[in-house]
Design a protein. Structure first.
Length: 269
């Protein structure tokens, strides 16, 4: 019996004509080698749909890490998306612009945020097409990708009702968030009680523990909903745990799935 070949995932540019102000660069090819992708001038979402019989209506946009110099796209984008799709989530791996890549024209406090908000609004604008509940669209961020999530999670994110582009009328704030060994950029002075419910995960021998502890303390002060996992060891950049010898690290995605389930994000409409 021959195996059916899966069609490649769909890639959706965030803007049809290219990123605002950089439209002339949208056709520049990306650079990819080994584990990384660079030279991103046409930010996009790669779509991973769950099996129809498992689809829950939830969606997650994934921001891979890479220090804003590159994207660890396979291990922290594609693999994460495949896992989420396997538990019934429509997953989107985000390619956002890199502010610290050599020669980059982008600013850390401007363009990744612009990309993340646009990604959230694009997904909500096409929710019916992808079978998504627009009230259950979250974000997952690894390392620098966690910073990208943070810079959109704590503002209002309201769309502009008068925007010429109907996508920009949608709300850009995630319904929930998962941060895995995030950096510290984007963490506000205070967290409001309406902050997106959060799942935080890190290894204690990783400097990113500071970011998690900072966020956890602010969430407690705000009495906002969160769950925190700090493993004894694992260091930084263990991705989805596939290459680790530690049982706790190899199985960490199940902790995320448990949290999604316990909090009702995977409940079918």
């Amino acid at each position: 019996m021959s195996l059916r070949k899966q069609s490649p995932p769909t890639i959706v540019p965030l803007w049809d004509e290219g990123a605002p102000g950089f439209e002339s660069r949208k056709d520049e090819p990306e650079l990819a080698k080994d584990y990384w992708v660079k030279n991103i001038h046409n930010p996009s979402l790669t779509v991973f749909l769950p099996p129809k019989d498992k689809a829950t209506g939830a969606a997650v946009i994934i921001a891979p890490g890479g220090g804003h110099k590159e994207l660890v796209f396979n291990a922290e984008g594609k693999e994460a998306a495949e896992y989420l799709a396997s538990i019934g989530v429509v997953a989107f791996a985000l390619k956002y612009r890199l502010a610290r890549e050599e020669g980059s024209p982008y600013k850390l406090d401007v363009h990744p945020q612009q990309d993340a908000y646009r990604a959230m609004r694009l997904v909500r604008s096409r929710a019916k097409e992808w079978g998504i509940d627009p009230k259950r669209v979250g974000m997952l961020g690894f390392s620098a990708g966690g910073e990208v999530v943070s810079i959109v999670a704590y503002g209002k994110g309201d769309g502009d009702p008068n925007a010429p582009d109907p996508i920009d009328r949608e709300n850009g704030k995630p319904s929930f968030q998962m941060l895995v060994y995030p950096g510290g950029f984007g963490i506000p002075e205070t967290i409001l009680p309406d902050a997106p419910p959060a799942f935080f995960l890190v290894a204690n021998d990783d400097g990113a523990t500071r970011s998690i502890m900072n966020l956890a303390n602010k969430y407690r002060q705000a009495k906002a909903s969160m769950e925190v996992h700090i493993f004894a060891q694992g260091q930084h950049a263990f991705n989805m745990g596939n290459r680790s010898k530690l049982t706790s690290i190899k199985t960490w995605p199940q902790r995320m799935a448990d949290w999604l389930s316990d909090n009702g994000w995977l409940k079918k409409a």
